[in-house]
Design a protein around this ligand. Structure first.
Ligand code: BGC
Length: 687
């Protein structure tokens, strides 16, 4: 945490630099002069600020004024588990370590700011960018985001949390007006941003594209001045989303510091020539501009970009990073079902194992929009299993189904944009290819001793600028799973994605099932380790898995993916909060996840609260035969809204037969009724 004194010194230095600058020089610093870079003032030793996406790693480099990759092997990087996967670890230490990797790689790649993490709340399972976000729960989001930001910023680079605020759908993202009350914002959509500012001292924040209650977020006086700067005392830099500003005057007075955009018309950005002209003719005071420069110059000193202190050099693609990402990936995998202990699988000598499913051998790093990563490598599940099993088993692979984009690639991407007749050919080709892949998988399954299905979604569904239309499992996977189950009733099903899908038609007959959010470069290896029992799964769901889309409040309201205006009628009843109020059973609950071992909370108590926190002390025992980790979850009853909400959690590692007493903090006061358990539906103790 920056001391007052240091900040004061930085402020003084900033003011003395500003006093020496011409209007032209000042203007250069408050808008993109390249797609990911502001302008420098070399005369005064002020460098440009260089940014990069975020959040799954440091993005590849683009040409200064063209969305064209520069095409170098030097921008291949470590690919991190997505934020949903980090959240699924329910382990704050893992979040911190992941942040450290990201910060080191950001600096290692010569950047100053990483446009991450995304801390928006998952309001609907259809939102295309959910994989970039942590959870439907504000407490879990902030508790994971804070250490992650601290980890990033230890490396003399800035984290830039995004997208402030209530950016919860991709449909019409540039213009949709989110109508939401202040109470809901404070309870659900703001807490992670507030904690990032107050607890993690986040250095930068990105405004959202959407409007809130009629005002564009990137130029909203209410959001950026009243809330962020005045209430939360944020003195860092506010960056617009790329193209999120539409008015020079509003942007100038809003608390926004840097305007970024997607076009190469840099001089005509709102905060470029138009701002200069408005200042010259007296419409906007130059002191508004100076405030922005002050924020930017303080940031540059915090990062040791200017000043005399040495700046850390960072590093990327180190073996240490890869190991840390493997640990994160291992802890993020969620065991959803394990009837008859079908998992971990016990492979017999010379066993023939068939992996079915496109996700069995698909690399996800290059997709998703701005979160795309040019990974140094990505281990697919098939590779992971092959690597772990070695020569004693025969691993076969059948793709089984085909996602739309893959066939488009086969026949040239233009196929997607051809006219009617050709579209019919495309559909026909797709149907034929699907059928032959399905038949091949089924016939191979008959020859195999065991089948593992690895499917789910990919970044053609989970991507920026797009929301899924429904929650169905695409590409005929449900039918294929049903067919394969007839051949191998013990078939393990693995779902990979950034969002849950409908599973109702087949889930009851599956005995063993795992869920894995896009899990980074070591994801396939981690999955193999879990399937084979080298790692005991300990992930927990950071979101509700609904049975049907209508069980989600945004959809029962009919208020999602609307184009002009989307009204958050559900208020605070988002995710499992709504499920409790409406008494709806989820398919798998928020906070749910099994283990190969059995854990028991044997006792628990609370101490007197100090301020807003209460110390919880719990004894946990591992009664099973595997070592493993268990997540203790604490919920408090909120009488105003009549639901239990997460207010504390701790992950504990125990060897078989071990008992441990652990203490940790929950966000609760003496009057709060507290429930300790495995999740909000499985409570062991009330304290
Ligand atoms: C996204 C941001 C991203 C920016 C720069 C925008 O389209 O919404 O999250 O950081 O592009 O790539």
């Amino acid at each position: 945490m920056m001391t007052e004194n240091v900040t004061e010194n930085y402020r003084n230095k900033a003011l003395s630099l500003i006093a020496k600058m011409s209007l032209e020089e000042k203007i250069r610093m408050v808008h993109g002069n390249e797609l990911f870079r502001t302008g420098a003032v070399e005369r005064l030793g002020i460098p440009a600020l260089t940014m990069s996406d975020g959040p799954c790693g440091v993005r590849q480099d683009f040409k200064p004024s063209k969305w064209e990759a520069i095409g170098t092997s030097r921008d291949e990087v470590s690919y991190l588990p997505c934020n949903s996967a980090i959240a699924a670890t329910f382990n704050k230490e893992i979040a911190y370590e992941a942040g450290k990797v990201l910060g080191e790689e950001t600096r290692g790649r010569g950047k100053d700011m990483i446009l991450a993490p995304g801390v928006n709340i998952k309001r609907s399972p259809l939102c295309g960018r959910n994989f970039e976000y942590f959870s439907e729960d504000p407490y879990l989001t902030k508790k994971m985001a804070v250490p992650l930001i601290k980890g990033i910023q230890e490396n003399d680079v800035a984290a830039c949390i995004k997208h402030f605020a209530a950016n919860n759908q991709e449909t019409a993202r540039h213009e949709v007006d989110t109508i939401v009350d202040e109470e809901t914002l404070n309870e659900i959509y703001f807490p992670a941003f507030k904690a990032a500012v107050e607890e993690a001292n986040v250095h930068a924040l990105m405004g959202a594209y959407n409007k809130i209650n009629g005002e564009y977020c990137c130029q909203s006086n209410h959001l950026l001045n009243d809330v962020l700067r005045n209430k939360w005392n944020f003195d860092g830099v506010v960056v617009s989303d790329w193209g999120g500003v539409d008015d020079t005057y509003e942007a100038a007075q809003s608390g926004l510091d840097i305007e970024m955009d997607v076009t190469d018309d840099f001089d005509n950005y709102n905060m470029a020539e138009p701002l200069k002209e408005a200042i010259k003719n007296g419409e906007i005071s130059e002191s508004e501009l100076d405030k922005k420069l002050e924020h930017i110059l303080i940031l540059m000193q915090r990062l040791h970009m200017i000043g005399t202190e040495a700046r850390k050099n960072g590093s990327y693609n180190t073996f240490a990073h890869q190991q840390k990402l493997l640990e994160a990936a291992e802890e993020s995998i969620v065991l959803l079902k394990n009837e008859d202990d079908v998992l971990p699988i016990k492979v017999k000598d010379k066993e023939k194992i068939l992996i079915v499913g496109e996700n069995g051998d698909k690399k996800h790093a290059p997709g998703g929009g701005s979160a795309e990563i040019k990974a140094l490598y990505e281990v697919t599940p098939l590779q992971g299993l092959q690597m772990e099993l070695g020569g004693n088993a025969e691993i076969m692979y059948a793709q089984g189904y085909i996602s739309g984009a893959d066939i488009a690639q086969d026949s040239g991407w233009q196929a997607m944009s051809l006219k009617d007749q050709e579209n019919k050919d495309f559909d026909k080709e797709y149907a034929e290819k699907s059928k032959s892949l399905r038949e091949e998988a089924i016939s191979m399954a008959k020859e195999a001793d065991r089948v593992i299905f690895i499917g789910g979604l990919n970044h053609d569904e989970d991507k920026e600028g797009y929301d899924r239309k429904d929650m169905s499992l695409p590409f005929g996977q449900a039918e294929l799973i049903a067919e394969l189950q007839k051949i191998d009733p013990d078939m393990i099903v693995v779902m990979i994605g950034g969002n849950p899908c409908e599973m109702q038609s087949w889930v009851d007959s599956v005995k063993g099932m795992l869920y894995m959010f896009y899990n980074g470069m070591e994801g396939g290896r981690a999955l193999a380790e879990v399937i084979l029992g080298k790692v005991n799964p300990s992930g927990r769901l950071p979101v509700s898995f609904y049975k049907r889309l209508e069980d989600c409040s945004a959809h029962s309201n009919g208020e999602f993916a609307k184009k002009d205006e989307v009204v958050y009628r559900e208020g605070v009843y988002v995710g499992y909060r709504h499920l409790q109020k409406a008494e709806i059973d989820p398919l798998f609950a928020f906070g749910y996840g099994l283990s190969y071992s059995e854990f028991e909370i044997t006792s628990g108590k609370r101490k007197k609260s100090t301020g807003k926190t209460t110390e919880i002390s719990v004894e946990v025992a591992n009664k099973g035969k595997y070592a493993g980790a268990f997540v203790i979850e604490v919920f408090k009853y909120n009488p105003k809204y009549d639901y239990k909400e997460l207010c504390g959690f701790e992950k504990v590692r125990l060897s078989s037969g071990e008992k441990k007493q652990v203490s940790f903090e929950a966000e609760a006061v003496d009057e709060d009724k507290l429930y300790i358990g495995e999740n909000y539906r499985s409570i062991s103790l009330e304290v």
